[in-house]
Design a protein around this ligand. Structure first.
Ligand code: NAD
Length: 506
């Protein structure tokens, strides 16, 4: 954490949103929001106090009383307006995102757009939050379900998608009738705050959406708070596991989407050009800082001969600031992240993997202080090496060899993570075999980053996820609501008077 305990003075401060008002935190702990390409300090973000977290939850609890009664059409119309505002501000949002996060402007627009799709889905809430009715389950008796909001929900988000992931959370939580407390990443909260301003402009009433900033203490306060009913978390496996246990222990409903090691399997019958392009894009795009990055290639049989061409493709990618035209790979989020990626590359060399392409310390004229790591490729990688066992979260592609599709499937199923995987092939039979036997929650067939659109839900599995229901889509409607089942009989006068019945029947 940089510059802790320095009170904000010279640069803009990031505000809390409590009860419909953007307020300055009274915290004495702050940190800088830093442009990863230049080290320029863009703003200072507070670590909210316990009282401030409490005030945010109180406001959300108060707002819930009327928001839960607001007609579904009125809720939906706010998100219709919101999606329009996000579209109108797309370039501005992307520019803020690139400045604080580093990814290219085009990729920043993609980050906003994948969140916008969830907002569009939230605008369709009238078609989603529907119960069931069974007519005449007993004589004159009907049973039906109500999907009712839970109350105050909270969201904790990571640095790598500062637009998309907050938008995975609060629009659907609010559209289903809940109120919300958001805790954005302290590394890049600025685009999230701009999205929150636009949400208020779209008509989200005061108290329905609140924002607190901070790190471990604020997250723990959210996990423990008795008036928060559900917590959505996206971030690393270590923190997500902690959040899941702590918030569950406090009686909350919890969903945690966590770290990954996504394998892309290449069969020799795959279209070589398309596959190598897909691999390079999915391994090095966003400087490898995507939970669905294809960070691990498994080349089967003769596809192992493709490594030189893969390296040649990676060499063509341009490493530069995300604002510069033609950039393919921007900086990683912080100096600490760069050092960590570099030390993992060193560990790969030490542990005997072959460094086919070394991206350490690239020359980036005009941005000498940026946190750059260029595309890096290792071959000859095996389980047990740190570069295989750990999520690198940088532009590093590791390549393993397998003799058969079955061996590749066995390797992937033995890895603890289950976020995403992909198969490149022209064989329908191989693809079907793969989708049936692979124990990973999101599968791409000739699609390197298979993140489902919001008509579906994000369905990572095994060590990449805790909790049953995923974010957005139909699953999140269930996550953010309590199913109430009503069994009803309305007596006509002539059905009265059958006397006392002590059996269990309706
Ligand atoms: P992180 O776990 O460090 O931070 C996530 C959130 O937790 C942040 O809001 C942060 O303030 C908070 N936090 C950090 N340390 C904490 C602590 N000790 N106690 C309590 N809270 C703490 O993750 P990150 O580095 O911001 O994001 C990268 C990670 O997120 C990667 O592992 C990536 O795979 C994962 N991720 C997963 C998905 C998914 O859908 N599965 C999506 C995006 C990112």
């Amino acid at each position: 954490m940089n510059d802790m305990n320095r009170v904000a003075t010279e640069v803009a401060t990031v505000k809390l949103l409590i009860d419909g008002t953007f307020v300055e935190s009274r915290s004495e702990q702050w940190r800088d929001v830093v442009n990863p390409a230049t080290q320029a300090v863009l703003a200072r973000v507070p670590f909210a106090t316990a009282d401030e977290v409490d005030a945010a939850v109180r406001s959300a609890q108060q707002a819930f009383k009327s928001w839960r009664k607001t007609p579904i059409g009125a809720r939906a119309r706010i998100f219709l307006k919101y999606q329009q505002l996000i579209r109108e501000h797309m370039s501005e949002l992307a520019a803020i995102l690139t400045a604080e996060q580093g990814k290219t402007l085009a990729d920043a627009e993609g980050d906003v757009f994948r969140g916008l799709e969830v907002v569009e889905h939230a605008a369709a809430i009238g078609n989603l939050q529907l119960g069931e009715l069974a007519n005449n389950v007993a004589g004159g008796v009907d049973t039906y379900t109500l999907l009712q909001p839970l109350g105050v929900c909270a969201g904790i988000t990571p640095f790598n998608f500062p637009a998309m992931i907050p938008l995975w959370m609060f629009p659907m939580a609010i559209a289903t009738g809940n109120t919300f407390v958001l805790k954005p990443s302290e590394q890049d909260p600025l685009v999230t705050m701009r999205l929150v301003e636009l949400a208020l402009q779209a008509g989200v009433p005061k108290g329905v959406l609140n924002v607190v900033h901070g790190g471990e203490d604020v997250v723990n306060a959210i996990c423990d708070h008795p008036d928060i009913k559900a917590v959505s978390f996206v971030g690393s496996t270590k923190v997500g596991t902690h959040v899941y246990h702590r918030a569950s222990l406090a009686g909350k409903r919890v969903q945690c989407m966590m770290g990954a090691k996504n394998h892309a399997v290449v069969l020799p019958d795959a279209n070589k050009e398309q596959t190598l392009n897909a691999l390079a894009g999915a391994a090095f795009g966003a400087a490898g800082q995507r939970c669905m990055a294809a960070s691990t290639a498994v080349l089967v049989g003769e596809a192992q001969a493709w490594i030189p061409e893969l390296v040649a493709k990676a060499r063509t990618l341009k490493v530069n600031a995300g604002t510069e035209p033609g950039t393919d790979v921007g900086p990683v989020i912080s100096c600490a992240a760069r050092e960590r990626v570099e030390s993992l590359i060193a560990a790969g060399v030490e542990q005997g993997a072959r460094l086919e392409l070394d991206g350490r310390k690239p020359s980036v004229p005009g941005f000498e202080r940026g946190n750059f790591v260029g595309p890096t490729i290792f071959s000859g990688v095996e389980p047990g090496m740190r570069i295989y066992d750990e999520e690198i979260f940088g532009p590093v592609l590791i390549v393993l060899a397998a003799d058969t599709l079955e061996a590749a499937i066995e390797l992937i199923n033995a890895n603890p993570n289950g976020n995403g995987t992909a198969l490149f092939t022209q064989s329908g039979a191989a693809a079907r075999r793969f989708q049936e036997d692979i124990d990973v929650g999101q599968v791409g067939i000739n699609v390197p980053i298979p993140v489902p659109v919001p008509l579906f839900s994000f369905t990572g599995s095994r060590a990449s996820k805790l909790g049953d229901l995923g974010p957005y889509g139909k699953q999140v409607v269930m996550f953010y609501t309590q199913t109430k089942t009503v069994t009803a009989r309305w007596f006509d006068d002539d059905t009265l008077g059958h006397g006392v019945n002590t059996t269990i029947s309706l």
